[in-house]
Write a protein of this length. Structure first.
Length: 348
């Protein structure tokens, strides 16, 4: 009995179970492959769309650059036109003054000749009164009267011509003034657009730098300037940058280089680096006064930023010594606030 049971157990077939397990495993592998293929297709499509967007953005940037170039050409043409109009206006003013002088001289001459003619006419009247008793004037007297009449008529004709020329010159001057005002208005509009454009880049630079340097509580913002304490960049009485200061300047250089890529080449901008000290005087062989110390620190910052790739022709360093404090008094806190490096993106 026991032997028959053992024989029945050994005859049981387990292969269908293995086949089912393998089939399920195979289906799982196929499903994973399908998921992988679909995700790769979706990722490829996404990358293709982004490449298309990047190409479109590059095309728009090229168009904007071309438009800015055209605006620059228009601005130069307007400036040249304004110079021409100003020159013409100056010439017109000179001609106007000359005509006025000539008119005044002619008027004086006419008045003098008129007075002479009136005096002669009085004399003629007297002569006529004396000759009333006679039947006719002599031939010489008639000729004299005729000459005087012709002279008066000629002078009146000259006065009329001068008056007409003066009125014409006034009209031309008024036209030149209107044209000059129009050119000035257009030029001021272009200059205002340039200023607004620089202010946009200033705002972008200011916003990015604020976000990056916000983690350092020692860095302050006053108006459109960043104030970095000297202790963050230099040791006491030194103009050599420290390790921590270089790290902060690396952040500044990174932001500036990103913004510079978007600023048009014809936009005249600079990065101002101003050095300031406290009111405590210094007198060392290297720095005889706070002037030298503040200037040397500003130059050190400029040289370091230039080494990070910032264009040298777009930076300026200035030292103000202790003469422009941001905090009054002689407390430790006030002195610490006045020892600073100020950074500002502005126009030249």
């Amino acid at each position: 009995m026991i032997g028959s049971r053992r024989r029945s157990r050994s005859n049981i077939n387990v292969w269908p179970g293995y086949v089912d397990a393998l089939s399920a495993l195979l289906m799982l592998v196929i499903f994973m492959l399908l998921v992988y293929v679909v995700s790769q297709l979706y990722l490829s499509q996404t990358l293709s769309d982004r490449n298309s967007e990047l190409a479109s953005l590059n095309q728009r940037l090229n168009e904007i650059s071309q438009l800015l170039g055209l605006e620059q050409d228009k601005s130069e043409a307007l400036e040249q036109q304004m110079l021409t109009v100003q020159s013409s206006f100056s010439d017109s003013q000179a001609q106007n003054e000359d005509l006025q002088d000539r008119l005044e001289a002619s008027r004086n001459q006419l008045m003098q000749q008129t007075a002479d003619a009136e005096a002669r006419a009085e004399r003629l009247a007297n002569m006529n009164q004396e000759l009333d008793d006679k039947d006719e004037l002599s031939v010489s007297q008639q000729n004299m009267i005729m000459r005087l009449s012709n002279q008066i008529a000629s002078l009146q004709n000259q006065l009329q011509q001068i008056t007409t020329a003066l009125n014409l010159q006034k009209e031309m001057t008024a036209d030149k003034e209107g044209e000059l005002e129009n050119v000035s208005r257009r030029l001021n509009t272009l200059l205002a657009e340039r200023v607004n454009q620089l202010e946009q880049y200033q705002s972008e630079f200011f916003s990015r730098l604020r976000n990056i340097l916000a983690a350092n509580e020692n860095i302050r913002v006053v108006g459109d300037r960043f104030l970095l304490p000297s202790e963050l960049l230099f040791a006491s009485g030194s103009a050599q940058l420290g390790t921590e200061g270089k790290r902060e300047l690396d952040k500044l250089a990174g932001v500036l280089l990103e913004v510079v890529k978007t600023i048009p080449a014809d936009l005249d901008w600079i990065l101002r680096i101003d050095g300031h000290t406290d009111r405590i005087p210094i007198n060392t062989p290297q720095f005889p006064s706070n002037w030298e110390l503040s200037t040397a620190r500003a130059v050190s910052v400029v040289r370091y930023l230039a080494g990070q790739g910032v264009p040298q022709n777009r930076m300026v360093a200035a030292g103000f010594g202790e003469f422009f404090p941001v905090a009054q008094g002689t407390t430790a806190d006030a002195l610490q606030k006045n020892r600073r490096i100020e950074i500002k993106l502005t126009d030249r």
